[in-house]
Design a protein around this ligand. Structure first.
Ligand code: PEP
Ligand code: MN
Length: 360
């Protein structure tokens, strides 16, 4: 797949002076709920109304969506508010129904993007469509799988394409529901700068208090839009209650977000600089995260040494680590001097921590 400028044109057609905003409930629940939210969202920055009607739930027994009846409600939304409509499709029959009801934007969910068979089935069902089709990242942090989904759609002659970053599953519990792993969308953007890139902070966060921060990071990384779950009564939503916000809170959030616009050379320079600086911030956070993990392991070694009554400093092991790291660092363009200094500092911190354990 080449970098296709045409993929961008649908986004330019909106002629927005702010990022594209897709909002609406996680799930369509009742006709009344769907329409109330939509009316609260019209005349805001929102251009596209989202609502899941077929819900892929990780475990059975939870609310699995209202099904095709919800398509009628979305049609009403379009007629009454002028908002475009969007829903998730996960197989050929969903596609057929969504097209029948003239849904404007179809997205492929994270649990579907992982399966090339499913994506191919959806691509075949959508062949030649002029609808906008968005591909969420797969649940696992695999850029090829994500791009592969996009390629299958592109090959089916679907030109209005975009991607949604909704974070990645991890075994380890973090403050996120789905870890953002920003380096993946950054790499996707570096490789295909013209593919519209939308962030879904709701599914990254899993909770409403960090939506603003995640959205700001996305905008600082030059994302083209945001998809944010919005509900009139978030706490009583039938799915994803903890992460939804009211239309009013969404409007306030959009006001508070710092949006950078490309108006001049100077703005363009500032834009690029900010994007790169945000990339550095993301990487620096990762470095600290990794160092923190390393220290925890060092402390466990300290506990083991204490039990066995072994000395903290093991010179042979240390020289081995250092030699390997210098060789590996060289391959990555890091000087011997830098690698030595850095690892000496890390090693010293480990020794200090282990001594604390042994003397405790
Ligand atoms: C959703 O958007 O409601 C959804 C189910 O998202 P995801 O596929 O990202 O989990
Ligand atoms: Mn949801």
């Amino acid at each position: 797949m080449k970098n296709k400028k045409e993929m961008r044109s649908w986004l330019d057609d909106f002629k927005l002076d702010h990022p594209l905003v897709i909002a609406g409930p996680c799930s369509a629940e009742t006709e009344d709920q769907v329409l109330k939210i939509a009316h609260d969202l019209k005349n805001t920055d929102v251009s596209i109304y989202r609502a899941g009607i077929w819900k892929p739930r990780t475990r059975p027994g939870m609310f699995e969506g209202v099904g095709a009846i919800g398509l009628k409600w979305l049609d009403k939304v379009k007629k009454e508010t002028g908002l475009l409509t969007a829903t998730e499709v996960a197989n050929a029959s969903h596609v057929k129904l969504a097209l029948e009801y003239d849904i404007d934007v179809l997205w492929i969910g994270a649990r579907s993007t992982v399966s090339p068979f499913i994506v191919q089935e959806i691509a075949d069902a959508l062949k030649d469509t002029d609808k906008i089709v968005l591909v969420k990242n797969p649940v696992n942090p695999d850029l090829s799988l994500w791009l592969g989904g996009l390629e299958r759609l592109y090959t089916a002659n679907i030109k209005k394409l975009g991607v949604i970053h909704r974070g990645f599953s991890t075994y380890e519990k973090t403050k996120y529901r789905n870890n953002p792993e920003w380096q993946l969308p950054i790499e996707l953007q570096n490789r295909f700068p013209d593919i519209p890139l939308i962030c879904d902070p709701s599914h990254i966060a899993g909770r409403r208090d960090i939506l603003q921060d995640i959205s700001q990071t996305a905008l600082d990384l030059n994302f083209d839009g945001l998809m944010i779950e919005t509900h009139i009564d978030p706490d009583n939503a039938w799915s994803d209650a903890a992460q939804q916000i009211t239309p009013k809170v969404l409007v306030k959030m959009m006001e508070d977000l710092k949006i950078r616009t490309l108006t001049s050379d100077e703005a363009d320079y500032q834009n690029q600089l900010n994007t790169l600086r945000t990339q550095i911030d993301v990487i620096d956070h990762g470095i600290l995260e990794t160092l923190g993990k390393r220290m925890k392991v060092a402390v466990s070694i300290g506990e083991l040494k204490k039990q066995k009554n072994v000395a903290v400093l093991q010179t042979k092991r240390w020289n081995e680590i250092l030699g390997n790291m210098i060789l590996e660092g060289e391959k990555k363009g890091l000087s011997e001097e830098f690698v030595l200094k850095m690892f000496k500092a890390i090693h010293q911190e480990s020794i200090n921590n282990q001594e604390k354990v042994i003397n405790s």
